[in-house]
Ligand binder design. Sequence first.
Ligand SMILES: [Zn+2]
Length: 220
Amino acid sequence: MFKSSIVSFVFDDGYEGIYTDIKPIFDIKNIVGCIAIISDYLNSPTYMSRSQCLELQNKGWEIMGHTKTHPHLTTLTKKEIKYELQKSKTDLEENNLIITNLVYPYHDYNKMVRKIAKDYYCSARRGYTKINNFPLDLYSLNSILIDNPKDLSRTLKFVDTIKDTVGWAIFYMHYCLSEEFPTITLQDKINNLINVINYIQTKNIQILTIKKTLERIFNV
Ligand SMILES: [Zn+2]
């Protein structure tokens, strides 16, 4: 069982705006989040740089693995999957980033991907639009997309559910303009995020990284 309800925020793909726009909000709210970094995109235009990642890591943010090139892992050979999961981790670690947990690109995984993920990571996240309760499946952690402000009431209901059931919600966001939702601006995404954070904080629910949450559960 969880001792108390927990929310984790994960920003997928490591866009630079996480540093410029999201970090200042999290600083004011006195919370930290997680960033899933595609290792080949580190230091690329519009993506976060090594120094930005290190600064956030030093503040308690978690940097997560998100493969080397963001492929559909289930389309790859065993050797290729291993390379994507292992090399991305060691590349980031060579940059002094601590990589413990994984996000499957496109939430695409199967038995083999899972098995290989287990060799390098303490957990891996999929989508599924559900909260997490015990027993936890560490290599299929559920998460809930909060890109679309129209989903706000649904998102807040998930917060109510974890409060009632003492569960863990992982909310994830792509902090970029997305083709899927062409009318949604970055400011819309920020306003939505602030609404979600405010609601969580009025409910006195803790906001922790995935790493901290797992440490707390397993006392490691
Ligand atoms: Zn991604």
